[in-house]
Design a protein around this ligand. Structure first.
Ligand code: FES
Length: 120
């Protein structure tokens, strides 16, 4: 099992669609929840990190570090840049530099089964 599953999703109508079930996994015959799913889509240079706060609240951040453009990675409940150590919270707000600006974020809508990441 990957730590943060990478979903390949095409996008349509300027939104990415992700199933809520991507946040669940089975271990020892029990259903567990993961905090992050990383979504990659053709035509979008960096992945989008989706954080699950609860079943109706999700936050989507573009994983391009605002310092010098490395790919930021989920680490526990926050995001960390492997290049120079900048940290962002699970909503993309910078917590520790050298980055000074927040990550780009996207509005998120949900219904019973899906999460919609609005790219524009
Ligand atoms: S590129 Fe991310 S901290 Fe420098």
């Amino acid at each position: 099992m990957q730590k943060h599953p990478l979903c390949q999703q095409p996008f349509a109508d300027n939104r990415l669609t992700l199933k809520k079930s991507e946040f669940t996994y089975l271990r020892k015959e029990e259903i567990h929840l993961r905090a992050w799913v990383v979504v990659k889509s053709p035509g979008i240079p960096f992945p989008v990190g989706v954080f699950r706060a609860d079943d109706t609240h999700f936050f989507a951040s573009y994983l391009e570090c605002t310092h010098q453009g490395c790919e930021v990675e989920p680490e526990g409940s926050y995001l960390q840049c492997p290049c120079h150590g900048s940290e962002y919270d699970n909503q993309g707000k910078v917590q520790h530099g050298p980055a000074e600006a927040d990550l780009k974020t996207f509005a998120v809508e949900t219904d019973t089964d899906n999460i919609y990441i609005l790219l524009k």
